[in-house]
Design a protein around this ligand. Structure first.
Ligand SMILES: Cc1cc2nc3c(=O)[nH]c(=O)nc-3n(C[C@H](O)[C@H](O)[C@H](O)COP(=O)(O)OP(=O)(O)OC[C@H]3O[C@@H](n4cnc5c(N)ncnc54)[C@H](O)[C@@H]3O)c2cc1C
Length: 357
């Protein structure tokens, strides 16, 4: 049966939904308010995490029918830095994550998905802002009023070798974390905060100083990047005839703000539900509720831990036989997380009254 689907937003969630529908010969139009895909980012390096499932994230994406026609570098080692500047090296047989670039330049995830969409004949209307009522799938990204995390930092050129550092210290990354990622002479250093948003620039200045001292890297031609994210336990999966995917549905990992894998999964799921006539809200609840609730418990715990807790976390990770498996277990909604969930949610809502938890 002929059907023309309309999608709001050409981010990862919207584009994978469009590609999935077009592969089944549906006509698809994607409306994007910006003049290009990926304008939310400016070349930031982001991690396509490979720890929340035992299925390799690239295999999962390929199973969704997506080609990896974007820069995508596996990272099997990661260095943690604690508040005493002690470093802990983690190694894994399988990549912890794949580094991807975000933005409107060649090689980014956003441009790779755009090219695949255009090859399938999908009509992407740039510079076109639409309203939710006009589309079938809402993939418009974060909602500012549900702000739960902000991120600021720099991208730069460097002659340093590839590396990935994560820093856990409430003195410079309050209740969040900071990271330094370098791949093929291209670097990204950022601080992510889940609280005290007004201090982000001072905190990032301290982070930059610390990373420069620890690694001795030369930062060439830095330019500023950053953004914000949101999360909600009151996910809107369906409203009227619209299906909501990615961050527009409030989907995000609340512990550390990883959202690409979830955005891709939800966009694919929504499209499959349209194709197969399945109930998307029911399927999305099955797929996302447990991990979303586990991330609420993890965030509440993280905020209580503070620096000594982060040091314990790094030490437990180091002592585990397989640090990737250690992370996998962190994201499982097991019996104790189920018990802790109502208290964790109550506590987060009490402490972060403006976030849309
Ligand atoms: C600084 C930063 C670092 C991050 N790092 C990571 C990381 O390392 N790993 C990870 O997994 N996740 C990370 N995330 C989160 C991740 O980027 C997002 O979760 C993911 O991009 C969400 O995809 P999406 O398709 O739902 O939304 P988006 O990528 O935001 O795409 C939504 C699109 O909709 C468009 N749009 C919005 N409104 C309209 C409208 N009215 N009409 C038409 N178009 C519209 C927007 O312009 C945009 O192009 C990071 C986020 C930030 C801010």
């Amino acid at each position: 049966m002929y059907k023309h689907f309309k999608i709001m937003g050409a981010g990862p969630a919207g584009l994978i939904a469009a590609i999935t529908l077009a592969r089944e010969n549906y006509e698809v139009t994607v409306y994007e308010k910006n003049k290009e895909c990926g304008m939310r980012f400016k070349g930031d390096l982001q991690g396509l995490e490979n720890w929340s499932s035992r299925v390799n994230v690239l295999d999962e994406i390929i199973n969704f029918g997506i080609e990896t026609n974007f820069d995508c570098d596996p990272f099997c080692s990661l260095i943690g830095v604690d508040s005493k500047r002690q470093t802990t090296k983690f190694r894994s047989q399988q990549p912890f994550f794949y580094l991807v670039k975000r933005g409107y330049l060649p090689g980014t995830l956003d441009q790779g998905l755009k090219e695949q969409a255009l090859e399938l004949g999908i009509d992407i209307r740039f510079n076109t802002r639409v309203h939710e009522d006009e589309v079938d799938i809402v993939a418009s990204g974060p909602v500012p009023k549900r702000l739960c995390a902000i991120d600021t930092g720099i991208i730069f050129e460097t002659d340093a070798e590839d590396m990935a550092y994560g820093m856990l210290d409430d003195a410079n990354s309050y209740k969040g974390y900071s990271y330094l990622l370098i791949t093929k002479g291209y670097g990204c250093m950022c601080t992510v905060l889940f609280d005290k948003f007004s201090e982000i620039h001072q905190q990032f200045a301290l982070v930059r100083e610390t990373f420069e001292q620890i690694t001795n890297i030369k930062i060439i031609k830095p330019s500023i990047v950053g953004g914000y994210g949101n999360f909600s336990t009151k996910n809107t999966f369906v409203k009227g005839r619209q299906l909501y995917v990615g961050e527009a549905a409030g989907l995000q990992d609340l512990l550390w703000g990883f959202g690409i894998r979830i955005a891709l999964r939800s966009g694919y799921l929504a499209a499959r539900c349209l194709i197969e006539g399945k109930d998307y809200a029911a399927e999305a609840k099955k797929l996302f509720y447990d991990s979303s609730r586990a991330s609420v418990v993890n965030r509440a715990m993280w905020e209580y831990m503070g620096n000594s807790g982060y040091r314990l976390f790094l030490s437990l990770g180091r002592r585990s036989k397989d640090p990737k498996e250690f992370l996998y277990k962190l994201f499982q909604y097991n019996a104790w997380r189920r018990l802790a969930f109502p208290i964790a949610l109550w506590d987060l809502r009490r402490r972060h009254t403006k976030a849309g938890y």
